[in-house]
Design a protein around this ligand. Structure first.
Ligand code: HEC
Length: 129
């Protein structure tokens, strides 16, 4: 029950953030030059609701910043230091909470992205240097 209501309230928060985001972003073009593949990943991150927490340009908000994330060293909540390689990014997206970043502001809701969509978002995250 508590898990259910938590998920529901995060969904509501996402829905509200999406509505707010829709009003303020008049253009869908990224401020930085992205390859067509990275742009496609950005579009997926926006349509899947990731951008409401990670920013329309990956600059972070409720969720961690994606800029410079790829291949950086991440300290997990148990103190383990890992490299944010493709495996880390894939697992972070596929199983939110499996590897919790130390100091993370909250929890990430699960999603129904396909492996192709996740791969596309990883290309985008990699482009955010
Ligand atoms: C409700 C807010 C929220 C939404 C929506 C969300 N995330 Fe997150 N995300 C978080 C938080 C908070 C963390 C940090 C928690 C953790 O490390 O377990 C996180 C962690 C991550 C990480 C690891 C980042 C790091 O610095 O270690 C990746 C990658 C990620 N999210 C991708 C996504 C993708 C892709 C989507 C869309 C399918 C998404 N997130 C949707 C809040 C969100």
């Amino acid at each position: 029950m508590s898990k259910l209501s938590l998920n529901f309230s995060s969904l509501m928060a996402v829905a509200m953030l999406l509505t707010l985001g829709a009003c303020s972003s008049s253009s869908s073009s990224a401020p930085v030059d992205l390859s067509p593949e990275a742009s496609a990943g950005r579009e997926v991150s926006i349509s899947a609701g990731c951008a409401s927490c990670h920013g329309a340009d990956g600059n972070g908000n409720v969720g961690p910043n994606w800029i410079g994330l790829a291949d950086s060293q991440v300290t997990l909540s148990d103190g383990t230091v890992v490299t944010a390689d493709d495996d880390y990014l894939y697992t972070s997206i596929k199983e939110p909470g499996a590897m919790k970043r130390r100091g993370a502001s909250g929890i990430m809701p699960s999603n129904k992205l396909t492996d192709d969509e996740i791969a596309s978002i990883i290309v985008y995250i990699r482009a955010l240097k």
